[in-house]
Design a protein around this ligand. Structure first.
Ligand code: 13P
Ligand code: ZN
Length: 274
């Protein structure tokens, strides 16, 4: 079995390319990771060759011994579909969750994304919170959502409520809401800790003046979540460009009616009176 033909690798490549086609990945912007299933590792194991152990930059004991497919640092999403073996890699974590080693890919050198601490800490949190069903973490430079971080207060309640109001599907797609991380230096442990703390209750986090982080069970659901949030952000940007106030919108009472029919729990703290 050729590594690149495996279904999980094909799904990863397709998602990276879908993000590129949306315009969310200028240059090397954004990164993607997938927690590989044991049977998928088994499927490709004859093509794996272990490199040197390297420090992760944080500790993720809850992911000890697991394998991940990740984009490379400085690699362009544009190139993932064209030269995947140069743009992405599979890594294995050690038995303490402190080090990783490349077992496939990045054939011309390099290392996993600089946001590996954020990806792995988010995977650790979501694996626990979802009972193991969440496997994908995605970071993208979503244009409209970034634009909103310059005009909306950087508060979970405001981002959640304003985006919910932009499309009726939003509270159904992200009922637990959106967390907001204030501007922080990317690529390190501090932003990883702040984001993974929010991911205990949300599947979406916004990085102010930077982008989005989302978590999901598979490539479709995770990409669909980012797409839905960014679409709502685009509508809000358009609305605010026409006028600063809404003539009409979805009311808290209407959100409560929707929650009953669609069987979702919408936390009351997002349904405040304005
Ligand atoms: P990498 O190229 O290291 O993945 O960084 C891109 C990025 O978006 C950092 O936040
Ligand atoms: Zn980024």
């Amino acid at each position: 079995m050729k590594f690149l033909e495996a279904e999980f690798v094909q799904g990863f490549i397709r998602m990276a390319n879908d993000g590129w086609e949306q315009g969310w990945h200028e240059r090397n912007g954004g990164n993607l990771s997938y927690r590989v299933k044991p049977e998928e590792v088994e499927y490709v194991k004859e093509e794996l060759a272990a490199g040197q152990w390297q420090p992760i930059g944080t500790t993720v004991p809850g992911l000890a011994g697991e394998y991940f497919l990740v984009t490379g640092s400085g690699k362009f999403f544009r190139n993932v579909i064209i030269k995947p073996e140069d743009s992405i890699c599979m890594i294995e974590l050690d038995e303490n969750g402190e080090q990783y080693r490349i077992v496939w890919g990045l054939i011309n050198g390099g290392r996993p994304t600089s946001e590996l601490p954020s990806h792995l800490m988010n995977h650790e949190v979501k694996k626990l919170a979802s009972g193991g069903s969440h496997r994908v973490i995605y970071h993208a430079h979503t244009t409209n959502l970034i634009a909103l971080t310059f005009v909306l207060p950087l508060e979970d309640e405001v981002f959640t409520r304003e985006l919910w109001e932009m499309a009726t599907e939003c509270p159904v797609v992200f009922p637990s809401g959106i967390g907001v991380v204030p501007w922080m230096v990317p690529g390190g442990r501090d932003i990883a800790v702040a984001t993974s703390e929010l991911m205990k209750q949300y599947d979406v986090a916004v990085w102010a003046h930077h982008g989005i982080f989302v978590s999901g069970e598979d490539f479709d659901v995770t990409f669909g979540l980012a797409h839905t949030v960014e679409k709502a952000a685009e509508i809000l940007v358009k609305m605010l460009s026409m006028q600063s106030t809404k003539r009409q919108t979805i009311t808290p009472a209407q959100f409560r009616d929707l929650a009953v029919d669609f069987k979702v729990i919408l936390p009351e703290r997002f349904l405040y009176e304005k």
